[in-house]
Design a protein around this ligand. Structure first.
Ligand code: KG4
Ligand code: ZN
Length: 359
């Protein structure tokens, strides 16, 4: 089965074709960064219009590039939430129209579930597994029990990790998008330990019970450091050091909370069969999972706790449509098609009941 996937929930217009045998036949991502950069963030109206302008061209390009025709498709999957409603409607309606015109099953995809299932596209990961979902809008520790069945162990009480990177990058005068540019700036830090001493930052929630996160205090601490620099003028080295200190603080906080989730996972699911896996799996997903320092820290934690870390390749961490098409393969393969009356959901928690119709 080949599934066509469509992603338009934020500022990437993406189309992909993925097979049930885990082959990515096409995966096109058109970033709108240039269109939003002047505003320092994503402007919903501009995003929706840009999706509308480019989506049909991208669908045609994906089919042409892979030599796949509409008649070869086994289904259509489109992100229907959570996200910016204008963009969601553009992608969802295009997907429904294709499904209706070709008589194909339609899968309404939860963007978070698409991130969550990516590791099963790129590797051998069996249910149940522990998932750390870190993106611009979400930071959660979740047990993925089955397709469509997620148990949330903890989440952020304020900002998401990506949001913390984005807002801090802005304070440091780095260009949009913040996360990747902050990682780039941090590479110029020659003495990470010295940087952490020069710019002490809190480790929010560290050592506390449970698996919740908090990131707004970190961003405030970055602001305080910026304001304390003489004249508020950061030198290139200050920016590199502060960026590096922040990356370490976020990585350590994520690891602290994930360690707790691992204990809970083993307690509750430790006896579940590993289905061919040597070790229980920790999956990291979402845009922030592209950060190398975070991957490294989680790798060390996994080794320490007896888990195998599964991190998707960098280009499948950020928003893309291969993950949406794959979620479509997983859902349609289990007979979980949705009606064409499915209503887009700007808010759509992973563990929400899915009535099959509106939200
Ligand atoms: O999953 P994603 O592409 O979109 C959402 O669903 O939110 O995640 C985007 C977030 C942004 O906050 C971005 O700054 C962050 O992921 N991000 C990074 C890196 N690449 C993307 N944060 C830190 N380091 C990176 N290399
Ligand atoms: Zn995302």
């Amino acid at each position: 089965m080949i599934v066509l996937g469509i992603e338009t929930s934020c500022d990437e217009t993406a189309v992909a074709l993925v097979t049930a045998e885990k082959e990515i036949l096409a995966s096109l991502v058109l970033s709108q960064i240039g269109e939003h950069a002047a505003f320092g963030g994503v402007v919903p109206e501009i995003a929706a219009r840009a999706h509308l302008d480019h989506l049909d061209t991208l669908i045609r390009a994906a089919l042409t590039e892979s030599g796949v025709g509409f008649r070869d498709l086994g289904g259509v999957a489109a992100t229907c939430g959570p996200g910016l409603i204008g963009g969601l409607i553009v992608g969802m309606m295009a997907g429904k129209a294709l499904a209706a015109a070709r008589g194909l099953p339609f899968a309404a995809i939860n963007h978070l579930e698409a991130h969550a299932l990516t590791a099963r596209l790129t590797g051998l990961v069996a249910f149940p597994y522990l998932l750390l979902l870190v993106s611009g809008g979400h930071t959660q520790l979740v047990v993925a029990e089955e397709v469509g069945k997620y148990r949330i162990l903890g989440g952020t009480v304020d900002d998401a990790a990506g949001e913390c990177f984005d807002k801090s990058a802005k304070l440091l005068g780095l260009p949009f998008p913040g996360g990747p540019n902050l990682e780039k700036a941090a590479r110029d830090c020659t003495d990470p330990e010295g940087a952490a001493t020069r710019f002490p930052l809190p480790l929010p929630m560290a050592g506390r019970k449970g698996c919740d996160f908090s990131f707004s205090g970190l961003k405030t601490a970055v602001r305080n450091h910026v304001e304390k620099t003489p004249g508020g003028m950061l030198k290139t080295q200050d920016i590199a050091d502060l960026a590096c200190a922040l990356e370490s603080a976020v990585a350590r906080t994520l690891a602290d909370r994930t360690a707790r989730a691992m204990d809970i996972f083993l307690e509750r699911y430790g006896n579940a069969p590993l289905a061919g896996q040597a070790l229980p799996a920790l999956v990291v997903a979402g845009g922030v999972a592209a950060n190398l320092k975070i991957r490294e820290r989680l790798g060390a934690l996994a080794a320490e706790k007896g888990f195998a870390l599964h991190a998707p390749p960098l280009k499948l961490c950020g928003d893309n449509a291969a993950m949406v098409a794959w979620a479509g393969v997983e859902r349609l393969g289990r007979g979980m098609a949705d009606g064409l009356d499915f209503v887009a959901r700007p808010r759509w928690p992973l563990d929400a009941e899915r009535s099959g119709k509106s939200g």
